[in-house]
Design a protein around this ligand. Structure first.
Ligand SMILES: [Zn+2]
Length: 392
Protein backbone atom coordinates (compact mmCIF):
# COMPACT_ATOMS: atom_id res chain seq x y z
CA UNK A 1 0.00 0.00 0.00
CA UNK A 2 2.83 2.40 0.84
CA UNK A 3 4.24 1.82 -2.65
CA UNK A 4 0.89 2.64 -4.24
CA UNK A 5 0.59 5.83 -2.16
CA UNK A 6 4.09 6.86 -3.24
CA UNK A 7 3.36 6.02 -6.86
CA UNK A 8 0.29 8.24 -7.15
CA UNK A 9 1.90 11.07 -5.17
CA UNK A 10 4.75 10.94 -7.67
CA UNK A 11 2.39 10.85 -10.66
CA UNK A 12 0.61 14.01 -9.47
CA UNK A 13 3.94 15.83 -9.41
CA UNK A 14 5.28 14.36 -12.67
CA UNK A 15 2.12 15.42 -14.50
CA UNK A 16 2.52 18.95 -13.16
CA UNK A 17 -0.74 18.86 -11.20
CA UNK A 18 1.02 19.43 -7.86
CA UNK A 19 4.40 20.65 -6.72
CA UNK A 20 6.90 17.93 -5.88
CA UNK A 21 6.35 16.79 -2.30
CA UNK A 22 2.92 18.44 -1.98
CA UNK A 23 0.57 15.44 -2.38
CA UNK A 24 -0.59 13.57 0.67
CA UNK A 25 -1.86 10.09 -0.22
CA UNK A 26 -3.27 7.57 2.22
CA UNK A 27 -4.39 3.97 1.85
CA UNK A 28 -6.06 1.60 4.27
CA UNK A 29 -4.88 -2.00 4.61
CA UNK A 30 -4.91 -3.33 8.14
CA UNK A 31 -3.66 0.04 9.23
CA UNK A 32 -3.74 3.46 7.62
CA UNK A 33 -0.60 4.12 5.57
CA UNK A 34 0.54 7.56 4.33
CA UNK A 35 3.13 8.50 1.72
CA UNK A 36 4.72 11.09 4.05
CA UNK A 37 4.53 13.02 7.29
CA UNK A 38 2.23 16.02 7.50
CA UNK A 39 0.53 17.91 10.34
CA UNK A 40 -2.83 17.60 8.57
CA UNK A 41 -2.75 13.80 8.59
CA UNK A 42 -4.62 13.48 11.90
CA UNK A 43 -7.49 15.60 10.70
CA UNK A 44 -7.72 13.82 7.32
CA UNK A 45 -7.57 10.40 9.01
CA UNK A 46 -10.95 11.30 10.54
CA UNK A 47 -12.48 10.98 7.06
CA UNK A 48 -11.77 7.24 7.10
CA UNK A 49 -13.99 6.90 10.19
CA UNK A 50 -16.84 8.76 8.53
CA UNK A 51 -16.79 7.37 4.97
CA UNK A 52 -16.61 3.89 3.43
CA UNK A 53 -13.36 4.58 1.65
CA UNK A 54 -9.97 2.90 1.53
CA UNK A 55 -7.85 5.68 0.09
CA UNK A 56 -7.52 9.44 0.06
CA UNK A 57 -5.62 12.08 -1.89
CA UNK A 58 -5.15 15.64 -0.64
CA UNK A 59 -2.96 18.36 -2.12
CA UNK A 60 -2.85 21.96 -3.10
CA UNK A 61 -2.68 22.03 -6.91
CA UNK A 62 0.31 23.58 -8.65
CA UNK A 63 -0.09 26.95 -10.35
CA UNK A 64 -1.91 28.06 -12.36
CA UNK A 65 -4.46 25.44 -11.24
CA UNK A 66 -4.67 26.70 -7.65
CA UNK A 67 -5.55 30.20 -8.91
CA UNK A 68 -8.15 28.78 -11.32
CA UNK A 69 -9.83 26.64 -8.66
CA UNK A 70 -9.92 29.38 -6.04
CA UNK A 71 -11.33 31.86 -8.54
CA UNK A 72 -14.09 29.52 -9.78
CA UNK A 73 -14.93 28.47 -6.22
CA UNK A 74 -15.11 32.05 -4.93
CA UNK A 75 -17.42 33.06 -7.78
CA UNK A 76 -19.68 30.06 -7.23
CA UNK A 77 -19.93 30.78 -3.51
CA UNK A 78 -20.55 34.49 -4.14
CA UNK A 79 -23.41 33.54 -6.47
CA UNK A 80 -25.03 31.42 -3.78
CA UNK A 81 -23.98 28.02 -5.20
CA UNK A 82 -21.61 25.51 -3.70
CA UNK A 83 -21.15 22.96 -6.49
CA UNK A 84 -19.15 23.42 -9.71
CA UNK A 85 -20.84 21.65 -12.61
CA UNK A 86 -18.35 20.45 -15.20
CA UNK A 87 -19.17 21.62 -18.71
CA UNK A 88 -17.25 19.09 -20.72
CA UNK A 89 -19.06 15.81 -21.34
CA UNK A 90 -16.07 13.66 -20.47
CA UNK A 91 -15.96 14.90 -16.88
CA UNK A 92 -19.74 15.04 -16.56
CA UNK A 93 -19.87 11.32 -17.20
CA UNK A 94 -18.20 10.47 -13.92
CA UNK A 95 -18.08 13.66 -11.83
CA UNK A 96 -21.58 15.09 -11.83
CA UNK A 97 -20.60 17.99 -9.69
CA UNK A 98 -17.59 19.10 -7.69
CA UNK A 99 -18.68 20.49 -4.32
CA UNK A 100 -16.93 23.41 -2.68
CA UNK A 101 -16.28 23.13 1.02
CA UNK A 102 -15.88 26.37 2.98
CA UNK A 103 -13.85 24.89 5.79
CA UNK A 104 -11.11 22.34 6.17
CA UNK A 105 -12.88 20.25 8.80
CA UNK A 106 -13.85 16.59 8.94
CA UNK A 107 -17.55 17.37 9.41
CA UNK A 108 -17.77 19.72 6.46
CA UNK A 109 -15.70 17.58 4.09
CA UNK A 110 -17.29 14.26 5.09
CA UNK A 111 -20.80 15.52 4.43
CA UNK A 112 -19.81 16.51 0.89
CA UNK A 113 -17.68 13.44 0.19
CA UNK A 114 -20.51 11.09 1.17
CA UNK A 115 -22.09 11.84 -2.18
CA UNK A 116 -19.12 12.99 -4.25
CA UNK A 117 -15.73 11.73 -5.29
CA UNK A 118 -13.80 14.97 -4.79
CA UNK A 119 -14.22 18.26 -2.99
CA UNK A 120 -12.53 21.64 -3.44
CA UNK A 121 -11.50 23.45 -0.27
CA UNK A 122 -10.61 27.00 -1.37
CA UNK A 123 -7.14 28.07 -0.33
CA UNK A 124 -6.30 24.51 0.72
CA UNK A 125 -6.67 22.18 -2.23
CA UNK A 126 -8.60 19.18 -3.47
CA UNK A 127 -9.56 16.14 -1.41
CA UNK A 128 -10.54 13.03 -3.37
CA UNK A 129 -11.04 9.41 -2.39
CA UNK A 130 -11.31 5.84 -3.60
CA UNK A 131 -13.00 2.67 -2.42
CA UNK A 132 -10.61 0.22 -4.09
CA UNK A 133 -7.23 1.84 -4.68
CA UNK A 134 -5.39 5.19 -4.37
CA UNK A 135 -5.55 5.24 -8.17
CA UNK A 136 -9.19 6.37 -7.94
CA UNK A 137 -8.29 9.35 -5.78
CA UNK A 138 -5.59 10.23 -8.30
CA UNK A 139 -8.06 10.00 -11.19
CA UNK A 140 -10.70 12.15 -9.49
CA UNK A 141 -8.06 14.68 -8.46
CA UNK A 142 -6.76 14.92 -12.01
CA UNK A 143 -10.27 15.07 -13.46
CA UNK A 144 -11.23 17.90 -11.12
CA UNK A 145 -8.31 19.94 -12.38
CA UNK A 146 -9.12 19.12 -16.01
CA UNK A 147 -12.77 20.14 -15.56
CA UNK A 148 -11.87 23.41 -13.85
CA UNK A 149 -9.24 24.27 -16.45
CA UNK A 150 -11.68 23.70 -19.33
CA UNK A 151 -14.42 25.62 -17.55
CA UNK A 152 -12.19 28.60 -16.70
CA UNK A 153 -10.98 29.13 -20.27
CA UNK A 154 -14.40 28.38 -21.81
CA UNK A 155 -16.15 30.81 -19.49
CA UNK A 156 -13.72 33.60 -20.15
CA UNK A 157 -14.18 33.27 -23.91
CA UNK A 158 -17.97 33.05 -23.52
CA UNK A 159 -18.00 36.14 -21.31
CA UNK A 160 -16.16 38.13 -24.00
CA UNK A 161 -18.61 36.87 -26.61
CA UNK A 162 -21.46 38.22 -24.49
CA UNK A 163 -19.70 41.57 -24.31
CA UNK A 164 -19.04 41.33 -20.56
CA UNK A 165 -15.98 43.11 -19.33
CA UNK A 166 -15.22 41.90 -15.83
CA UNK A 167 -11.92 43.47 -14.74
CA UNK A 168 -11.40 40.91 -11.97
CA UNK A 169 -11.88 37.95 -14.35
CA UNK A 170 -9.57 39.61 -16.85
CA UNK A 171 -6.82 40.12 -14.25
CA UNK A 172 -7.02 36.49 -13.11
CA UNK A 173 -7.13 35.29 -16.73
CA UNK A 174 -3.97 37.26 -17.54
CA UNK A 175 -2.19 35.93 -14.49
CA UNK A 176 -3.17 32.33 -15.28
CA UNK A 177 -2.25 32.70 -18.95
CA UNK A 178 1.16 34.05 -18.01
CA UNK A 179 1.85 30.89 -16.03
CA UNK A 180 0.91 28.37 -18.72
CA UNK A 181 3.88 26.32 -19.86
CA UNK A 182 4.77 26.95 -23.51
CA UNK A 183 3.26 24.44 -25.96
CA UNK A 184 5.49 21.47 -26.79
CA UNK A 185 6.47 21.18 -30.41
CA UNK A 186 9.17 18.49 -30.24
CA UNK A 187 7.99 15.07 -31.36
CA UNK A 188 8.69 11.68 -29.78
CA UNK A 189 10.51 9.13 -31.85
CA UNK A 190 8.01 6.27 -31.80
CA UNK A 191 8.60 2.79 -33.21
CA UNK A 192 8.29 2.74 -37.02
CA UNK A 193 5.62 0.47 -38.53
CA UNK A 194 3.81 -1.23 -40.04
CA UNK A 195 4.08 -3.87 -37.32
CA UNK A 196 4.18 -7.49 -38.43
CA UNK A 197 3.24 -9.28 -35.23
CA UNK A 198 1.33 -8.93 -32.00
CA UNK A 199 4.38 -8.33 -29.84
CA UNK A 200 5.57 -5.38 -31.93
CA UNK A 201 2.07 -3.89 -32.08
CA UNK A 202 1.54 -4.17 -28.31
CA UNK A 203 4.86 -2.60 -27.47
CA UNK A 204 4.24 0.25 -29.94
CA UNK A 205 0.84 0.86 -28.33
CA UNK A 206 2.34 1.00 -24.85
CA UNK A 207 5.02 3.40 -26.08
CA UNK A 208 2.47 5.67 -27.79
CA UNK A 209 0.27 5.64 -24.66
CA UNK A 210 3.17 6.83 -22.52
CA UNK A 211 3.86 9.64 -25.00
CA UNK A 212 0.22 10.81 -24.97
CA UNK A 213 0.30 11.02 -21.15
CA UNK A 214 3.83 12.43 -21.06
CA UNK A 215 2.87 15.31 -23.36
CA UNK A 216 -0.19 16.09 -21.25
CA UNK A 217 -2.62 15.22 -24.06
CA UNK A 218 -4.91 13.28 -21.76
CA UNK A 219 -5.78 13.81 -18.12
CA UNK A 220 -6.02 11.10 -15.50
CA UNK A 221 -6.15 8.05 -17.71
CA UNK A 222 -9.24 8.27 -19.85
CA UNK A 223 -8.38 7.91 -23.48
CA UNK A 224 -7.79 4.98 -25.73
CA UNK A 225 -5.50 3.57 -28.36
CA UNK A 226 -5.89 0.88 -30.96
CA UNK A 227 -3.90 -0.86 -33.68
CA UNK A 228 -5.23 -3.02 -36.48
CA UNK A 229 -3.25 -6.12 -37.38
CA UNK A 230 -4.98 -8.04 -40.17
CA UNK A 231 -8.54 -8.54 -39.02
CA UNK A 232 -7.83 -8.06 -35.34
CA UNK A 233 -8.13 -4.73 -33.56
CA UNK A 234 -5.94 -4.44 -30.48
CA UNK A 235 -7.44 -1.87 -28.13
CA UNK A 236 -6.72 -0.55 -24.65
CA UNK A 237 -9.06 -1.84 -21.97
CA UNK A 238 -11.71 0.44 -20.57
CA UNK A 239 -10.37 2.48 -17.66
CA UNK A 240 -6.80 1.45 -18.35
CA UNK A 241 -4.01 3.87 -17.67
CA UNK A 242 -2.54 4.94 -21.02
CA UNK A 243 0.94 5.21 -19.54
CA UNK A 244 0.77 1.64 -18.20
CA UNK A 245 -0.80 -0.37 -21.02
CA UNK A 246 1.30 -3.51 -20.65
CA UNK A 247 -1.18 -6.33 -20.02
CA UNK A 248 -4.17 -4.03 -20.53
CA UNK A 249 -4.77 -4.45 -24.26
CA UNK A 250 -7.48 -6.72 -25.69
CA UNK A 251 -7.35 -8.41 -29.11
CA UNK A 252 -10.78 -8.06 -30.75
CA UNK A 253 -11.41 -9.88 -34.06
CA UNK A 254 -13.35 -7.60 -36.38
CA UNK A 255 -15.85 -10.34 -37.24
CA UNK A 256 -16.93 -10.23 -33.60
CA UNK A 257 -16.17 -13.96 -33.16
CA UNK A 258 -14.82 -13.56 -29.67
CA UNK A 259 -15.67 -10.50 -27.72
CA UNK A 260 -13.92 -8.76 -24.94
CA UNK A 261 -17.11 -6.76 -24.62
CA UNK A 262 -16.67 -6.21 -20.92
CA UNK A 263 -13.07 -5.10 -20.74
CA UNK A 264 -12.32 -3.60 -24.17
CA UNK A 265 -12.70 0.15 -24.43
CA UNK A 266 -16.29 1.34 -24.70
CA UNK A 267 -15.21 3.04 -27.90
CA UNK A 268 -14.23 -0.23 -29.63
CA UNK A 269 -17.06 -0.12 -32.16
CA UNK A 270 -16.11 3.42 -33.20
CA UNK A 271 -12.51 2.33 -33.75
CA UNK A 272 -13.60 -0.75 -35.73
CA UNK A 273 -15.78 1.31 -37.99
CA UNK A 274 -12.92 3.69 -38.77
CA UNK A 275 -10.81 0.68 -39.80
CA UNK A 276 -13.61 -0.56 -42.07
CA UNK A 277 -13.87 2.82 -43.76
CA UNK A 278 -10.26 3.92 -44.11
CA UNK A 279 -6.89 2.44 -44.93
CA UNK A 280 -5.31 3.18 -41.56
CA UNK A 281 -3.71 0.96 -38.94
CA UNK A 282 -3.83 2.98 -35.76
CA UNK A 283 -6.01 5.36 -33.81
CA UNK A 284 -5.11 7.60 -30.87
CA UNK A 285 -7.66 9.24 -28.63
CA UNK A 286 -6.82 11.83 -26.00
CA UNK A 287 -8.49 14.74 -24.25
CA UNK A 288 -6.21 17.67 -25.02
CA UNK A 289 -7.55 20.69 -23.20
CA UNK A 290 -7.68 23.41 -25.85
CA UNK A 291 -9.21 21.02 -28.40
CA UNK A 292 -12.00 20.38 -25.90
CA UNK A 293 -12.35 24.10 -25.13
CA UNK A 294 -12.50 25.08 -28.82
CA UNK A 295 -15.02 22.33 -29.58
CA UNK A 296 -17.43 24.02 -27.16
CA UNK A 297 -16.88 27.57 -28.44
CA UNK A 298 -19.89 28.74 -30.40
CA UNK A 299 -20.87 32.20 -31.64
CA UNK A 300 -24.60 31.42 -31.96
CA UNK A 301 -26.49 33.26 -29.25
CA UNK A 302 -29.99 31.85 -29.79
CA UNK A 303 -29.38 28.20 -30.62
CA UNK A 304 -32.30 25.89 -29.70
CA UNK A 305 -29.82 23.08 -28.98
CA UNK A 306 -27.93 25.04 -26.33
CA UNK A 307 -27.25 22.82 -23.35
CA UNK A 308 -27.39 19.68 -25.49
CA UNK A 309 -24.73 20.59 -28.05
CA UNK A 310 -22.81 17.40 -27.39
CA UNK A 311 -25.70 15.33 -28.79
CA UNK A 312 -27.74 17.71 -30.91
CA UNK A 313 -25.40 20.13 -32.62
CA UNK A 314 -26.21 20.12 -36.32
CA UNK A 315 -23.75 22.79 -37.39
CA UNK A 316 -20.94 21.45 -39.55
CA UNK A 317 -18.16 23.00 -37.53
CA UNK A 318 -14.46 22.52 -37.97
CA UNK A 319 -11.19 23.75 -36.54
CA UNK A 320 -9.25 24.42 -39.72
CA UNK A 321 -10.56 21.37 -41.53
CA UNK A 322 -10.74 19.10 -38.49
CA UNK A 323 -14.43 18.23 -38.03
CA UNK A 324 -16.16 18.72 -34.68
CA UNK A 325 -18.84 16.09 -34.21
CA UNK A 326 -21.48 15.59 -31.53
CA UNK A 327 -21.49 12.24 -29.83
CA UNK A 328 -22.07 10.58 -26.50
CA UNK A 329 -19.86 7.88 -25.12
CA UNK A 330 -21.55 4.61 -26.02
CA UNK A 331 -23.53 3.15 -28.84
CA UNK A 332 -26.94 4.92 -28.93
CA UNK A 333 -28.23 6.78 -31.99
CA UNK A 334 -26.28 9.89 -30.95
CA UNK A 335 -23.38 7.76 -29.72
CA UNK A 336 -19.97 8.59 -31.04
CA UNK A 337 -19.80 5.15 -32.68
CA UNK A 338 -22.17 6.65 -35.27
CA UNK A 339 -20.94 10.22 -35.49
CA UNK A 340 -17.19 9.74 -35.27
CA UNK A 341 -16.09 7.10 -37.84
CA UNK A 342 -17.13 8.94 -41.03
CA UNK A 343 -15.36 12.07 -39.80
CA UNK A 344 -12.10 10.34 -38.84
CA UNK A 345 -12.16 8.22 -42.00
CA UNK A 346 -12.43 11.26 -44.27
CA UNK A 347 -10.21 13.72 -42.38
CA UNK A 348 -7.82 11.52 -40.43
CA UNK A 349 -8.87 13.36 -37.26
CA UNK A 350 -12.00 14.57 -35.49
CA UNK A 351 -12.90 16.37 -32.28
CA UNK A 352 -15.90 15.08 -30.32
CA UNK A 353 -17.80 18.01 -28.83
CA UNK A 354 -16.78 18.69 -25.24
CA UNK A 355 -14.89 15.41 -25.07
CA UNK A 356 -11.65 14.94 -26.96
CA UNK A 357 -9.68 14.34 -30.10
CA UNK A 358 -9.23 11.24 -32.27
CA UNK A 359 -6.48 10.89 -34.87
CA UNK A 360 -5.48 8.04 -37.15
CA UNK A 361 -2.24 6.92 -38.79
CA UNK A 362 -1.43 4.77 -41.77
CA UNK A 363 1.46 2.64 -40.50
CA UNK A 364 2.42 3.55 -36.97
CA UNK A 365 1.75 6.03 -34.18
CA UNK A 366 4.16 8.77 -35.32
CA UNK A 367 1.69 10.33 -37.75
CA UNK A 368 -1.29 9.99 -35.39
CA UNK A 369 0.71 11.51 -32.54
CA UNK A 370 1.95 14.41 -34.66
CA UNK A 371 -1.61 15.30 -35.62
CA UNK A 372 -2.81 15.02 -32.03
CA UNK A 373 -0.14 17.45 -30.89
CA UNK A 374 -0.44 19.81 -33.88
CA UNK A 375 -4.21 20.07 -33.62
CA UNK A 376 -4.01 20.77 -29.89
CA UNK A 377 -1.33 23.43 -30.39
CA UNK A 378 -3.34 25.01 -33.19
CA UNK A 379 -6.49 25.03 -31.04
CA UNK A 380 -4.51 26.82 -28.35
CA UNK A 381 -3.33 29.46 -30.85
CA UNK A 382 -6.83 29.95 -32.22
CA UNK A 383 -8.21 30.29 -28.69
CA UNK A 384 -5.86 33.18 -27.93
CA UNK A 385 -6.48 34.74 -31.36
CA UNK A 386 -10.21 34.82 -30.57
CA UNK A 387 -9.53 36.29 -27.14
CA UNK A 388 -7.45 38.99 -28.84
CA UNK A 389 -10.21 39.78 -31.34
CA UNK A 390 -12.93 39.95 -28.69
CA UNK A 391 -11.05 41.84 -25.97
CA UNK A 392 -12.43 45.41 -25.84
ZN1 LIG B 1 -12.56 9.92 -24.42
Amino acid sequence: MKELCDKYARKLAVQGLCEEGAPLVAGLDDVLVWNREDPRRDLLAGLFDRLSINSLVFAEPAEPYATILDFLAARELAGGGDVLRPEDTETRTFLHGIPICREFSVDAMASQLKRRKAVIVPGQGIVSHGTVSPEQGFVFYSSTIFACFVRFFSEYLASLRRGDDDPEFRAVFESVTGQLPPPRTDLPDLAPGPFEDEEAALSAMAEAGRAVVGYGLVDSFFGNISYRLGDVVYISQTGSSLDELEGCIDPCPMDGSTTHGLTASSELSAHEDVYRRADVRCILHGHPRFSVIMSMDCDKTDCPNRGACHVKCTECRTVEGVPIVPGEVGTGPTGLCNTLPPAVASSGAAIVHGHGLFTSGRDDFNQAFRRLLEIENRCREIYFERIGELTP
